[in-house]
Write a protein that binds this ligand. Sequence first.
Ligand SMILES: Nc1ncnc2c1ncn2[C@@H]1O[C@H](COP(=O)(O)OP(=O)(O)O)[C@@H](O)[C@H]1O
Ligand SMILES: Nc1ccn([C@@H]2O[C@H](COP(=O)(O)O)[C@@H](O)[C@H]2O)c(=O)n1
Length: 210
Amino acid sequence: MVHHKPIVIGVAGGSGSGKTSVSQAILSHFPNHSIMMLEHDSYYKDQSDLPFEERLKTNYDHPFAFDTDLLIDHLNKLLRYESVSKPVYDYVAHTRSCDIEIQEPKEVIILEGILILADKRLRDLMDIKVFVDTDDDIRIIRRIKRDIEERGRTLDSVIDQYLRIVKPMYHQFIEPTKRYADVVVPEGGKNHVAIDLINTKISTILGNFP
Ligand SMILES: Nc1ncnc2c1ncn2[C@@H]1O[C@H](COP(=O)(O)OP(=O)(O)O)[C@@H](O)[C@H]1O
Ligand SMILES: Nc1ccn([C@@H]2O[C@H](COP(=O)(O)O)[C@@H](O)[C@H]2O)c(=O)n1
């Protein structure tokens, strides 16, 4: 029988910083535990009422782009060990897909996203706050590769979006949230020492569960 509320680990950082890699490294360290990912990106606002051309104009790096109220509602349900219907985001169509995913509650929740530390309500629900800190040049190189291979973008569109929106928003909204982090992880998923420290802390909390 479960007595304790689930543990929430927040993993923030700029686009391409390695948040997903760090989160995967934590997940794979606990293969026998009940552990899950919750991505802020799944909660980008639905834009299916807008024509595709209009969706291209959205600023996806601003807090207003997300339905954070819905994320908080789902997180609170998961913290009460209730399951939720997670939206599924489509980066190619720039809107929510028609699918939903049933997410069962777990003992450990990894909450991942560029702006999760920017919202005090989310910060207050986290047990461990992590900021993945990777230089701008490395992040743009990774993003160019990923967005062309996986998100249906062209080189010109990635460069244009980066210079007009992603970079200024990072410095205005994301980088300042580093001050809220308990752990700052330089260079993403390959920082084994930092990942070990985080995993050890999670094990300690899990070990203290009744
Ligand atoms: N330490 C690393 N070295 C090299 N490539 C990496 C590293 N960490 C992540 N990547 C690659 O960079 C891209 C973005 O990483 P990801 O973890 O998805 O970042 P984020 O979730 O912060 O956007 C991915 O294609 C990933 O394979
Ligand atoms: N329709 C969209 C929605 C989001 N983005 C970009 O995704 C980035 C966040 O995702 P990461 O996996 O890189 O953390 C964010 O910087 C948005 O610009 C997009 O391009 N299109």
